[in-house]
Each structure stands twice: as structure tokens, then as C-alpha cells.
Design a protein around this ligand. Sequence first.
Ligand SMILES: [Zn+2]
Ligand SMILES: [Zn+2]
Length: 94
Amino acid sequence: MSDAQVGWGICAFCNEVVDHADTWVGLNPAQLGHQECALRSVLGGIGHHLAHDYWCTEHGDPDAGLTYRQSAKLVKLLVELLGVDEVSARAVAT
Ligand SMILES: [Zn+2]
Ligand SMILES: [Zn+2]
């Protein structure tokens, strides 16, 4: 893999393409992911944060019917709004 390919690939979390416009994180040389997807993988999906009982318990879908990445982007917004400490404190890990 050449340096020119760094930043391009498939997100290890959501399986969507990572391109130059995206903020991404390297997991290892062969794996990369969107920054927001990495965040969501740690914090849980948006449904989990907004209505855990409804989405996680009743529907088994912590991403609230959205794709993994859509949910991840909303979790990132929530973190920007509330701060990561507040979001973490509100969430019970799933
Ligand atoms: Zn992703
Ligand atoms: Zn939950």
C-alpha cells in the first residue's frame, strides 16, 4: 500500500467508503474507519442515547432505524452538544 492510498478504503465499522472529505482514524495499517464510527462503537448508537428502553430493549436496534454511520454522525453531534463526559455518563454501554 502506498502513502497515496492512506485515507482511502472501507470503514471497518460501517462498511462505507472512507474518502478525503471524511475525518478518519487508522485502526491498523490495513483497517481504517470514520472518526464518528469509531466514536459510536465506543459510546453506542443514537437510539441508545435518546431512548435506550425503546430502541435497545424493545427493538434491538441501538441505531434507531438509521444506518450505522448516520447514527454515528448523530452521536458525534450529541458529543459536540453535551460533551463526551456527559454523553458517557448518560449511556449504559451496549
Ligand atoms: Zn464508518
Ligand atoms: Zn441501549
